[in-house]
Design a protein around this ligand. Structure first.
Ligand SMILES: *[C@@H]1O[C@H](CO)[C@@H](O)[C@H](O)[C@H]1NC(C)=O
Ligand SMILES: *[C@H]1O[C@H](CO)[C@@H](O)[C@H](O)[C@H]1NC(C)=O
Length: 362
């Protein structure tokens, strides 16, 4: 692609972001995704069996999705704080989802954003601060909490009363990948695992960019992987890669292509988890499609809704007023994927000729 076309692609991408495409679709982020080439590795991973839907006799569907607390119980507590993680478990969540970042001095901390602005009111990047400084900050949201390290969360999960809880780590691709993975691995080595439940059977590594696949293999061999994505087109190529499961944006799963993807993923024995689901009609959809899990901001509400003993079937239809929004997001994501492919030359056929023929899943 020549320089002028690249500029045009960038321009259209920025317009799409203004129109409401997910903010992470910025060109720096996409550039990181594009430098990947995972499929050439012969890495091997176990399937993440523990993220499968729970079988549930009392449900008419025979199974129910697992409830995964998004950055902890974040509608009630400051996101990604120890209070939010404890709160989620007390509320009955089956799993926690969190985001990892590195401080300047190499400490793995839990923060969704790369900067301290939104949660702590400080205009600094985490990667420019040392742990000693960050550990003294308090969240703007009450009850004011400090930012935990991954180590704090893992020590908490090592306690007997948290033994049944699993963890999804969202490894953001805008960081020094090799150092990040080796620091994460060091944390798991530092905290002794409970006898019957090794970390490998409780922690799933969520990655966005393919270059993380060989790094996960190098530093955390035997840990299962999930691909976090908004693009069904992108995820489809990983049906070809054994044992990789999926964490997909709910809005894109609802599209016809998304529904088809769910079917193929199931036939291939892959787990599919949906993010971020907060409405009852979306939960209803997830239950009917027999997805394996939902990532939600309010785990308590979903635990109550799904409790078969309260006798109330989850049943809610999507208000028609939501349809235009869904069409819009799917339009944005598809246009985006197409532009991204054009700009970076990704595309299942071009980048990964090996997998260009339609993946057979039967
Ligand atoms: C997938 O998982 C199975 C069962 O753990 C394992 O035998 C197989 O080698 C894995 N495949 C890959 C490519 O990791
Ligand atoms: C996972 O999804 C993202 C899109 O969010 C994609 O760019 C990424 O490369 C996918 N997986 C792998 C193995 O790369």
């Amino acid at each position: 692609m020549d320089a002028l076309s690249a500029k045009c692609a960038d321009l259209v991408l920025s317009i799409l972001v203004c129109l409401g495409a997910p903010p992470l679709l910025n060109s720096a982020f996409l550039g990181t995704l594009a430098e990947s080439s995972a499929l050439e590795t012969d890495a091997s991973f176990p399937p993440p069996r523990f993220i499968r839907a729970r079988s549930e006799e009392k449900s008419s569907h025979g199974q129910l999705p697992q409830i995964i607390a998004h950055r902890g119980y974040n509608t009630k507590f400051p996101e990604n704080s120890m209070a939010a993680f404890r709160g989620a478990i007390e509320a009955g969540a089956h799993a926690l989802e969190t985001d990892v970042r590195l401080t300047r001095d190499g400490v793995v901390v839990l923060s969704h954003d790369p900067t301290l602005m939104r949660c702590f009111g400080v205009e600094k990047k985490i990667s420019d601060c040392d742990w000693e400084y960050i550990s003294g900050l308090q969240t703007l949201k009450e009850p004011h909490e400090s930012m935990p390290r991954l180590l704090d969360l893992i020590e908490f999960l090592a306690q007997p009363d948290a033994a049944s809880i699993w963890l999804q780590l969202d490894i953001k691709p805008d960081i020094n990948a090799d150092e990040m993975m080796s620091r994460i691995a060091a944390v798991f080595k530092q905290v002794p695992e409970s006898p019957g439940s090794p970390w490998k059977e409780r922690v799933v590594l969520g990655f966005w960019a393919a270059k993380y696949v060989p790094l996960c293999q190098k530093h955390l061999p035997g840990f299962p992987l999930v691909n976090i994505t908004f693009s069904v087109a992108y995820a489809e190529q990983f049906l070809a890669m054994d044992n990789i499961s999926f964490v997909m944006m709910q809005a894109t799963l609802l599209s016809p292509r998304g529904r088809n993807f769910i079917k193929r993923a199931k036939v291939a024995g892959r787990q599919v988890i949906s993010w971020t689901v907060n409405d009852e009609y979306d939960l209803d959809w997830v239950v009917k499609r027999k997805l394996d899990g939902v990532i939600t901001d309010d785990p308590k509400r979903f635990v109550d809704l799904m409790d078969p003993s309260n006798g109330k079937a989850i049943s809610a239809s999507r208000p028609l007023s939501k349809i235009p929004g869904l069409v819009r997001i799917n339009f944005l994501v598809s246009t985006f994927s197409w532009l991204f492919g054009w700009k970076h030359g990704y595309g299942i056929e071009r980048r990964f000729p090996l997998f260009s023929s339609r993946v057979k899943t039967s």
